[in-house]
Ligand binder design. Structure first.
Ligand SMILES: [Zn+2]
Length: 467
């Protein structure tokens, strides 16, 4: 069981050890003073903005080496901040990945491995922690999975807005409105979630013209086309894959313009100086890289690698860090940068030594798990894929078929050649370690999904036909 005790913040009151030596009246005055201090909002401090772009694979951004101009604003963030070039999502789909992003725990340890599981009360979210430290907390999201299962806990304001497509989503507009109306005496935490690059891949015409090459095939970038392929009812050739990929690139460029709106506002208000800004994603997307499309089923790097960029006070500009990190590191790193204590027993690490260049992280392994609800996802489920990363090696393990594959990411970044026969000892050790990790989860009672839940999930593509 994971338990969190909220330690006092860095500005917390220091109660005298031996209060009895004070005269009663002085003690009373002191207590009243402390009471008033405790009730008063903390002085404005460092703010936090977490930008989560749904379905954004790292290698489609200029700052991660992409040659197309998809991301001028994100590239600016990278120039002004520090970029982790090897950051992984612990799960290839929205709900568990965000649950880890918000808690510093792998899905198996915070309990949110699927839509039937709500985060237990004893697991603290980043918003809950910052709210208890006196922060104003706002969340603007575009995916209903972020409004359920406990992921909206700790927010004073939490709203699901128009997800856009083909027009830009309403996230930036609503986020700016919240910033304008916030309590300015308190520091703030704002979550901005954008779903623009998620299928359907839709953009306005001017962006489409910039990124989409001539194509005379049947695909329009609609989710149902992609499900039809996954279920074997539609074949895709190379030109189809390239077309989908081009549509996706356009969606990233459009999204980047929405981020520019937020940055322009923050800059105009003078907020960039006092704000830690974090940009990441919950997972990437497949474009036939390993024969598949969409996301949710595998842990190949086109799905696992996500952008992870920090900009703000004390964060060095233009720095790139190559050490492998995971989204479970986000909570301890943000708390560390804001000056708050980090809860014990988190799976993630505070990345401050890397950010400050003062040291390396302790050696560790990074885990990946895909647990789409089998009966819901129906024929979309091919197997329960898991993975563990140890430095340059990643071991994939399918829990249904027992298939094991080991890839050397340094010599084979495309994960094309299984080297488990060349490294049998390492493969065995990683497999045993992964099995132990999988066995150490916690039991969370499954809830029954309502018709509303099912309708929302079908809309997102997470609920296929039951078979
Ligand atoms: Zn997602």
């Amino acid at each position: 069981m994971t338990c969190f005790t909220l330690a006092r913040g860095p500005r917390g009151p220091h109660v005298p050890r031996r209060l009895s030596r004070f005269a009663p009246r002085r003690a009373c005055v002191l207590w009243l003073g402390l009471f008033a201090w405790a009730c008063a909002p903390p002085p404005p401090g460092r703010n936090l903005i977490l930008i989560s772009v749904d379905t954004l694979r790292a290698d489609r951004l200029g700052c991660y080496g992409y040659e197309r101009p998809t991301s001028p604003t994100i590239d600016r963030l990278a120039r002004e901040g520090t970029l982790f070039s090897d950051a992984s999502a612990p799960s290839p789909w929205t709900l568990p990945s965000h649950a880890s992003m918000f808690t510093g725990l792998y899905p198996r340890r915070n309990g949110v491995t699927g839509t039937r599981f709500t985060m237990p009360k004893d697991v603290a979210t980043l918003a809950e922690l910052l709210s208890k430290y006196g922060y104003a907390t706002g969340g603007v999201v575009t995916n209903s999975l972020l409004t359920t299962n406990g992921l909206d806990r700790g927010f004073d304001f939490h709203e699901e807005v128009d997800k856009g497509g083909p027009h830009p989503s309403a996230t930036s507009v609503r986020g700016i409105e919240w910033l304008q109306g916030r309590d300015r005496k308190r520091p703030f935490f704002l979550l901005l979630h954008y779903i623009d690059p998620h299928a359907d891949y839709g953009t306005l015409e001017d962006v489409r013209e910039q990124f989409v090459e001539p194509y005379d095939g049947p695909l329009r970038g609609k989710s149902e086309e992609l499900y039809a392929f996954v279920e074997g009812r539609l074949k895709l050739d190379e030109a189809d894959g390239r077309h989908l990929s081009n549509l996706y690139d356009g969606a990233i460029r459009q999204l980047d313009g929405e981020l520019e709106e937020i940055l322009t506002y923050l800059e105009g208000e003078g907020l960039l100086e006092d704000t830690l800004l974090v940009l990441t994603s919950d997972h990437g997307e497949e474009f036939l890289d390993h024969g598949g499309v969409l996301h949710g089923l595998t842990h190949f790097d086109e799905v696992a690698r996500v952008p992870f960029i920090l900009r703000g006070p004390g964060i060095e500009a233009g720095r790139r860090i190559e050490t492998p990190v995971s989204l479970v590191d986000l909570v301890p790193t943000c708390l560390g940068e804001l000056g708050f204590p980090i809860p014990k027993n988190l799976d993630g690490l505070n990345l401050r030594p890397l950010l400050r260049g003062t040291g390396e992280l302790p050696r560790r392994r990074i885990y990946f798990e895909a647990d789409l609800d089998g009966s819901l996802a129906g024929s979309m489920i091919k197997g329960k894929d898991r993975a563990v990363r140890d430095g340059r090696f990643k071991l994939h393990f399918n829990e249904r078929t027992d298939e094991v594959r080991l890839y050397d990411l340094k010599n084979d970044p495309g994960e094309t050649r299984d080297v488990s026969a060349e490294h049998p000892g390492l493969a065995q050790e990683l497999l045993e370690d992964l099995r132990a990790f999988l066995a150490a989860g916690r039991d969370v009672p499954a809830r029954t999904l309502t018709e509303d839940d099912l309708a929302r999930l079908r809309e997102l593509g997470y609920a296929g036909e039951e078979r």
